[in-house]
Each structure stands twice: as structure tokens, then as C-alpha cells.
Design a binder for this molecule. Structure first.
Ligand code: F6P
Length: 543
């Protein structure tokens, strides 16, 4: 297939970008009073404002040509048909099946087999389990009801439910606390267990493979903590598992009846909707978990049917492509003006960077252009008092993504209007900047003693592009749609760059070396076959 870089559509976008090279965003706004109306898109009661991106109304249709050239609709059809579009692992990619619910839900097949009966059976098992725990019918080995749930998992088996549990804390079930442990550093598990009572604690061991070093070590230590207090027979009432490897779950000593399955066609970072969402369902209740699935499904329908210029995931993908490949931005700051969405940047780091942090395409050739910019971020307004200085005056071009809700999830008087004002002020300041003449005039108007001396420090170059997503409110339905929107953005970029967005070979090498170093660190093997730095560090750790 012709690389997208060599197509006339790509060259057309390149020429268009060249023409915009020296144009400042403030001039684009000054020359077109309809800019916001022309470059913002609504979906239900959502508003996606792209007008502060370094684009013109001509840019998006040109980018949309790439959507067609890369045949995104064809790839959507392949995904929905259960084809193994994760080609390096020969797997289908069907997280959409996990929310394909409701009376009009069509079968979804992998190798001719409808996956929906299994999906529905696991959901039903989750529902019954949640009900039993919430009603106090599921009891620990000493007969006490469960008050604390500890999810042990990492990466995709942690970040999604952890992020969503925080995001939806306003919807939390009373009398049940949900904790998350991921890190191999014993500090994570030890500090979590310090406040807990084994008699009322339930562990969920969440691992797609049930081999991940961090999760297995934490699971063993948690089991030791429990059995040390309550004896070996207590495991049956205090451990459940979520995995695709049910044989390994049984080998660990967890009753198969207490295991919740998912399947190899669910990628780890796309697995929130599967039984990996169990801690979330426990935290917020199963009905609200279903509302999350319904929100994701609504976004699926939108993505599958809306034309690219009205399609939120498509627009986000096309603008990311534009920023990465046509105006050479190397990072994107994700700035939710929502304390509840505080973990969203971390979640999206895995979703986007593990999916698209790649350079080799589906044909084994270099993609030939930069792929995903580095994603990072912090909730506003905290970030304003930490790193925004660099965004405004650091001299590095980057893109920002603001997310804010029209109505607050914690309506304390006086807070939300100020939050909105700060959010909108930042994108305005980043866009327009402040010239030297404006800075000097301001200083003089304020009667500053040395306007010429201070003026250079008060200049803001501006022209920093940003997107603002205004959500109606943060509830389970909206959060489900939000996460699904980013999943489909990732899918679209994978197609545009002709990448397999569903494998993650880049995480393997470090694990491989760690396994070979462990016996040297434990003193069971000689320190050899490693570089002098690594050898020196290991030697310095040995007693
Ligand atoms: O670090 C790589 C990775 O495989 C992620 O893709 C995955 O989400 C995480 O590890 C955890 O894997 P598992 O669920 O198999 O424990």
C-alpha cells in the first residue's frame, strides 16, 4: 500500500501547513469573528472547541481527506467484524463488544463465534457479586461483611478502574472503600494494608496474563498478610481474580467460582469495560457501571456513523496528526480542570503512548514521520502554580488540551465559576499572548516605576494551540463516553499512521533485562555479562 506520506492528500496538507507557518493565532481570531462558530463542534450537550488550534476552516477538510485515503471506515468495519487487526499478536480488537448491550445489540463474532453470550454471562456474574458484597451477604472467613476492597493490578489492570473510581467518587457506594495497589515497591501494598482489617478486606487480583511480576508479587504478599492473620482456608472468602488465564488463577489458589473471565480480544489498556472494571462496579454500584458502559456505547455509535468533520474522536485524531506531523509539536499537555479527573492524564498516557508510541508500521517499515507526541499533564488549577510558566514563556511550542465541566460534581458556592474563569483564561492567554507594546502600555497605565526594564519580562509570545472540551457534567455516562472517545481517537491515529495500536512490544525489553539481573541482585549469580554502570550499581546494593 502507498504510504500515506506519499499521497497527494498528505502533500496537500503539507502545502497548506507551509502557508500557515508564520500566521499567529491572535491574527486568525482578529480576522474572522466567526472562527469559534466555524471551528467548534457539538455532540449532544458536549462542546469541542478547536478554534484555538493553529488551523483555519480549510484545514479540517484537508485532514479529513486523509481519513478517507487511509480508509478509516474500512478499518472500523474490520474491527467490528472481529478480524485480527492486532496483526502482530493475531488478535481481534473488540473492547466495543463489552458495551454492545441493549435490545438492539447485534452479535459480534470472532472466528465465526458470537462473543456476546460470554460477555453477558460475565456481566451477570459481576452484578451478582456486587449485589452480594453491597448487601453484606458476601462475608469474610470470620463471618464479617466486607468493608474494604483492594485491587491488585498494574497498567491496564489498574489505571482505568483507579481513574474512574476517583472520577466518580461523588457516586460512591457508602460503607465500602476501594483501594488500588500497583507498584512493585512494597511501600504501595504495605501502606495500603496498614489501615486495613484482614477480616473485612477483599482482594481482587487483576491481571490479563496472571504472570505480571508486580501483580504476582503483590498478590503473594497480600495472601501472606491474610493467611498470617486468618489461616490458609480464608483465601476462598477474601480473594477473587480477574483474568484471561483461569488456569493460572486456579494454580494461585483462587477458587474458579471466584474468577471473572475476559478474553484475548480485549487489550489491557482497553479493558475497563470488562471484569477489570469490577473494583469500579463495587465502588459505584453495578447500575452506575452499566451507565458507564452505556455512555461508551453512545460514543461508539457516534464514531461509527458521524462523518469525520462532525466526529469527535476523528477530529481529535486529525488535530493530533496535524500538530505532530505538520507543525512539529512534540508534546501535548492534558489539563483537566476537574479534580475528579486528576488521574485522566496518567490513564491516557498508557492508552495513547502504549498504543501509538511506535515507529514501525504494519508492513514492518518505518512510519516515516513523527508519531504520538508525549502526553503529560495535571489537573488545573494546580498546574498553573507549577509548570504553566514554561507553557507561557518557555519558548517551546506544544499543544494543550483543556477539559472542564459546565456543572460541578461538588457544588460548593464560589468555586466553579472561578474554576471556569481560570480554565478559559489560560487558553486565551496561551492563544493571544501579549506583545511588548501591550506589556509596556499596561505597566505605564499601572504607574510602574521602570516600564522599560520590566516590559521584556511581561511579553507572552502566545500562539500556543489548545483544544477545549466542555462537558455537561461528570457522571458515569459522560465518563464512559469520554474514555471511549479517546479509545477511538487512538484507533484512528493507528490507522492514519498505519500502525498496530494494539500491541506493546516496547515494554518487553526492560522486563527481559530485569529478569536476568534479579539473580545477580539476590546474590545467586555472579555479576557478569552487563555493562560497567549496571555492574557497579548492582555491586553497590549487595551486602
Ligand atoms: O506493561 C505492559 C502490560 O502488558 C500492559 O499492556 C498491561 O496493561 C499491563 O502490562 C498489565 O498486564 P496484565 O494485566 O497481564 O497483568
Amino acid at each position: 500500500m502507498t504510504p500515506i506520506l506519499n499521497t497527494p492528500a498528505w502533500k496537500h496538507v503539507e502545502r497548506h501547513a507551509h502557508g500557515l507557518r508564520d500566521v499567529h493565532l491572535r491574527d486568525l481570531f482578529a480576522h474572522d469573528p466567526t472562527r469559534f462558530a466555524r471551528l467548534s463542534v457539538r455532540w449532544n450537550d458536549w462542546l469541542l472547541d478547536l478554534s484555538k488550534q493553529r488551523i483555519t476552516p480549510d484545514t479540517l477538510p484537508l485532514l479529513a481527506d486523509l481519513w478517507h485515503v487511509a480508509d478509516v471506515p474500512g478499518w472500523i468495519a474490520r474491527m467490528r467484524a472481529g478480524e485480527p487487526i492486532n496483526h502482530t499478536e493475531n488478535r481481534a480488537v473488540l473492547h466495543i463488544a463489552l458495551r454492545n448491550l441493549g435490545p438492539d445489540a447485534a452479535p459480534i463474532r470472532v472466528a465465526g463465534q458470537d462473543v456476546m453470550p460470554d460477555v453477558l454471562a460475565v456481566l451477570d456474574k459481576m452484578r451478582k457479586f456486587c449485589t452480594a458484597v453491597h448487601a453484606g451477604q458476601w462475608r469474610g472467613a470470620t463471618g464479617e461483611p466486607i468493608t474494604d476492597v483492594v485491587n491488585i493490578g498494574i497498567g491496564g489492570s489498574d489505571l482505568g478502574p483507579r481513574m474512574a473510581t476517583q472520577a466518580l467518587a461523588a457516586f460512591r457506594m457508602p460503607h465500602l472503600r476501594v483501594h488500588y495497589v500497583a507498584n512493585l515497591d512494597g511501600a504501595d501494598l504495605a501502606t495500603t494494608l496498614a489501615g486495613l482489617d484482614p477480616r473485612t478486606t477483599l482482594f481482587i487480583i487483576a491481571s490479563k496474563t496472571f504472570t505480571t511480576q508486580e501483580t504476582m508479587q503483590n498478590a503473594v504478599s497480600a495472601r501472606n498478610w491474610l493467611t498470617g492473620a486468618l489461616g490458609a482456608t480464608a483465601v476462598g472468602r477474601h480473594f477473587v481474580a480477574v483474568s484471561t488465564a483461569l488456569d493460572k488463577v486456579a494454580a494461585f489458589g483462587i477458587d474458579p467460582d471466584n474468577a471473572f473471565a475476559f478474553w484475548d480480544w480485549v487489550g489491557g489498556r482497553f479493558s475497563l469495560w470488562s471484569a477489570i472494571g469490577l473494583p469500579l462496579a463495587l465502588a459505584i454500584g453495578f447500575e452506575r457501571f452499566e451507565a458507564l458502559l452505556a455512555g461508551a456505547r453512545a460514543m461508539d455509535e457516534h464514531f461509527f456513523t458521524a462523518p469525520p468533520l462532525e466526529n469527535l474522536p476523528a477530529l481529535l485524531a486529525l488535530v493530533e496528526l496535524w500538530n505532530a506531523d505538520f507543525i512539529n509539536l512534540q508534546t501535548r499537555a492534558l489539563l483537566p480542570y476537574s479534580q475528579s479527573l486528576g488521574l485522566l492524564p496518567r490513564y491516557l498516557q498508557q492508552l495513547e503512548m502504549e498504543s501509538l508510541g511506535k515507529q514501525i508500521d504494519r508492513d514492518g517499515k518505518p512510519v516515516g514521520c513523527p508519531t504520538l507526541p508525549i502526553v503529560w499533564g495535571e489537573p488545573g488549577t494546580n498546574g498553573q502554580h507549577a509548570f504553566y510558566q514554561l507553557l507561557h514563556q518557555g519558548g517551546r511550542a506544544l499543544s494543550c488540551e483543556f477539559i472542564v465541566c459546565r456543572t460541578p460534581d461538588y457544588p460548593l458556592p464560589g468555586h466553579h465559576e472561578k474554576l471556569l474563569a481560570n480554565c478559559f483564561a489560560q487558553s486565551a492567554a496561551l492563544m493571544k499572548g501579549k506583545t511588548e507594546a501591550e506589556a509596556r502600555a499596561e505597566l505605564m497605565a499601572a504607574g510602574a516605576p521602570a516600564p522599560d526594564f520590566l516590559a521584556p519580562y511581561k511579553i507572552f509570545p502566545g500562539n500556543q494551540p489548545s483544544t477545549t472540551l466542555l462537558l455537561p457534567r461528570l457522571d458515569p455516562f459522560t465518563l464512559g463516553a469520554l474514555i471511549a472517545m479517546y479509545e477511538h481517537k487512538v484507533f484512528t491515529l493507528g490507522v492514519l499512521w498505519h500502525l498496530d495500536a494494539f500491541d506493546q512490544w516496547g515494554v518487553e525489553y526492560g522486563k527481559q533485562i530485569a529478569n536476568s539481573l534479579l539473580p545477580m541482585i539476590e546474590g545467586k549469580a555472579k555479576i557478569e555479562g552487563v555493562d560497567s554502570s549496571t555492574a557497579g550499581l548492582i555491586a553497590a546494593c549487595r551486602p
